[in-house]
Design a protein around this ligand. Structure first.
Ligand SMILES: CC(C)(COP(=O)(O)OP(=O)(O)OC[C@H]1O[C@@H](n2cnc3c(N)ncnc32)[C@H](O)[C@@H]1OP(=O)(O)O)[C@@H](O)C(=O)NCCC(=O)NCCSC(=O)C[C@H](O)C(=O)O
Ligand SMILES: [Mg+2]
Length: 282
């Protein structure tokens, strides 16, 4: 059963202090960024830090990923070589399924089959979601909404509870769910505004995202709070499992629990939740 990924912290590879700090912040996924957080003049120095940064995160318990510069960038080939050391790779601005096949080939040439996370952050990427999400043979693990780039390219504003982005976010979740992939929400830029973060995290959870991408360590605990599971959800799941295990309910398709109708699909969801929570505790 798959583990929970509630928090995915971007860590600029150009910031040694942030790399050091990231090892201890408790994020489920750490994304060492070689792309937008790193200025053009810092790229080579940042890339040279990848191996050491990944090593320094090996005891963190997090999945360690590297976000490379996109296939059109001059830095891409060198980035791919270093990223092949990670547990996973994050590809920015995925426009079509061919981008995933190209990345898979490059990673194979470096002798690795690490999972790929695709950032959906262009109008073309949203339009091609079906094909992108169907590319599970490329080792695709999840979709990540890139809300800053998407808002820029759509020329929409990120106001009114992300009104203009919501249809695209829902499409990303739907594509991920249809193919059994993770779906992670975009970042919240106002990193000193916990109230605004809470509202956006709640919205992301409501839309069905598994977790949220983050830019600051102060956002990790809040992401875990919103992308749960809460202790009440865990207790409820345990009660559902226990109820179906009761010999009185043996073979039943539907039972009554605390005034609710509970079906076997709820039992499956309860088992998945308990298993994922157990994996993260391990
Ligand atoms: C946003 C920041 C530039 C703010 O930096 P700063 O003002 O220095 O923050 P603090 O002083 O509050 O930092 C406190 C300590 O925390 C460490 N820190 C800060 N950020 C991180 C981090 N991301 N990971 C790990 N540690 C971090 C500082 O080093 C301080 O440590 P200490 O000295 O011990 O107290 C900064 O937070 C930042 O650079 N964040 C990441 C920005 C980033 O990665 N951007 C690119 C990814 S987002 C994106 O591209 C999304 C997508 O593509 C889209 O299109 O939407
Ligand atoms: Mg982006």
């Amino acid at each position: 059963m798959r583990r929970l990924i509630r928090s995915a912290l971007f860590v600029p590879a150009s910031k040694p202090r942030a790399i050091e700090k990231a090892a201890h912040v408790g994020a489920d996924l750490l994304i060492l960024d070689l792309e937008d957080a790193v200025g053009p003049d810092e790229k080579d120095e940042a890339r040279a830090r990848v191996a050491e940064a990944l090593d320094s995160w090996s005891a963190s318990g997090a999945i360690r990923a590297v976000r490379v510069n996109g296939p059109d960038a001059a830095w891409n080939a060198a980035d791919m070589r270093e990223a092949a050391r990670a547990d996973a790779i994050v590809l920015p601005k995925v426009n079509q399924v061919g981008d995933l096949h190209a990345a898979r080939s490059a990673l194979s040439a470096h002798g690795t089959s690490i999972p790929i996370w695709a950032m959906v952050e262009t109008p073309l990427g949203v339009m091609n979601l079906n094909g992108i999400a169907s590319a599970t043979g490329t080792g695709l693990a999840g979709l990540i909404a890139g809300t800053n780039d998407l808002a820029k390219d759509l020329r929409c504003t990120a106001e009114h509870g992300r009104l203009a982005l919501v249809p695209h976010l829902a499409a990303i979740v739907c594509a991920a769910r249809a193919r059994g992939l993770y779906a992670l929400d975009g970042v919240y830029n106002q990193f000193r505004d916990p109230k605004g973060f809470r509202a956006e995290a709640e919205q992301g959870r409501t839309l069905g995202f598994d977790g949220k991408t983050l830019i600051h360590p102060g956002q990790v605990d809040l992401a875990h709070l919103y992308f749960g599971p809460t202790s009440a959800e865990l207790e409820r799941a345990a009660r559902i499992v226990a109820a179906f295990a009761d010999p009185e309910n043996a073979g039943k398709g539907v039972i009554s629990l605390d005034g609710d109708m509970v079906e076997r699909l709820h039992l499956d969801a309860a088992r998945a939740l308990l298993s994922a929570a157990g994996d993260n505790d391990a």
